[in-house]
Design a protein around this ligand. Structure first.
Ligand SMILES: [Zn+2]
Length: 311
């Protein structure tokens, strides 16, 4: 009843027809041409950037696979680069028995390891991400034949690394990311001697000669190569430490046989099968092996000298 009455009182509701205006959406023009250009330039960039890298890796793998143990090319390179480890008798440093991990090349001088790793060594010139371990320095002795070298290559005395000098106490930093294998005076087991280090170590112990050795750092650069830094006054890393390129390793000094404060920097691959001869007179005196794994010229891996103010 009530509802009907109420309805009668209510005027009929005439809702006006609402006409929605036609909305005209603006035509959106997608920049397809520009987009296509952009995409294709990216593809070109990717191709330019990655294809050669992929090819290089492929070629390197093939090349390594074809070089038995890495012989041929290496031998020639050797005359040019080669020996390194701390200078002179210092090179001779300490021997810690017990060789670890990837050192099979060391315990297997002839490269006859059961499972040869054909990836290494890659040529030193193909190494990347190296930086100078010291800046604004003088290159006082390059890698190569030198009357001051303690190694012998092709019948000539040979310096098996580079010597760079600034001032005593200057910062020496890692040339490459890696893992510290040795820091201090017990590094000889890691620098590629071919032979028994037992007599040498025994002599050092017996005559208490460890203090005559240079303080050095050996780093596994993680690329099939090891960096050797020698003659520190003091080191701030220890075996087992992971280091980043540019990280402080220690301070420049003149420990071992050195005429003044400098850094001896050496580079070698434990997978290399070629050898350098160690001065036979010094070897006999120090009871060291007469062979070490051949070194490469660090300048092949380091950036241009001028970029770090090296002269
Ligand atoms: Zn040197």
């Amino acid at each position: 009843m009530v509802a009907r009455r109420l309805r009668a009182r209510l005027p009929a509701l005439h809702l006006p027809t609402v006409r929605l205006p036609t909305v005209r959406l603006p035509t959106v023009r997608l920049p397809t041409a520009a987009l296509a250009r952009e995409l294709s330039s990216r593809v070109r960039w990717l191709r330019a950037r990655w294809l050669p890298a992929a090819l290089a890796v492929g070629i390197a793998i093939l090349g390594a696979a074809q070089l038995p143990g890495s012989g041929g090319t290496r031998q020639e390179v050797l005359g040019v680069d080669a020996a390194a480890s701390p200078d002179g008798p210092s090179a001779t440093a300490t021997a810690v028995a017990g060789v670890t991990g990837d050192l099979h090349a060391i315990s297997d001088p002839n490269g006859q390891a059961a499972v040869p790793d054909t990836r290494f060594p890659s040529p030193a010139a193909s190494l990347t991400w190296y930086r100078w371990p010291i800046r604004n320095a003088r290159l006082t002795l390059p890698f190569g034949p030198s009357p001051w070298g303690s190694r012998i290559v092709d019948g000539k005395r040979f310096h098996d690394g580079i010597d760079v000098a600034t001032f005593c106490g200057d910062r020496i930093t890692a040339a490459h990311d890696g893992v510290v294998l040795a820091a201090g005076r017990h590094y000889d087991a890691f620098v590629g001697w071919r032979g028994d280090l037992g007599p040498y170590t025994a002599r050092l112990n017996e005559k208490n000669l460890w203090g005559t050795l240079p303080i050095a750092v050996v780093v596994d650069d993680g690329n099939g190569y090891r960096s050797i830094y020698a003659h520190f006054w003091k080191v701030v890393v220890k075996a087992g430490d992971t280091v980043k390129a540019g990280q402080l390793l220690g301070y420049e000094g003149a420990t071992g046989r050195a005429s003044g404060c400098h850094l001896h920097y050496g580079l070698f691959s434990p997978y290399e099968v070629a050898s350098f001869t160690f001065d036979p007179v010094a070897a006999a005196h120090m009871l060291l092996p007469t062979e070490e794994i051949a070194r490469v010229d660090p300048l092949a891996a380091l950036p241009p000298m001028a970029s770090a103010g090296i002269r």
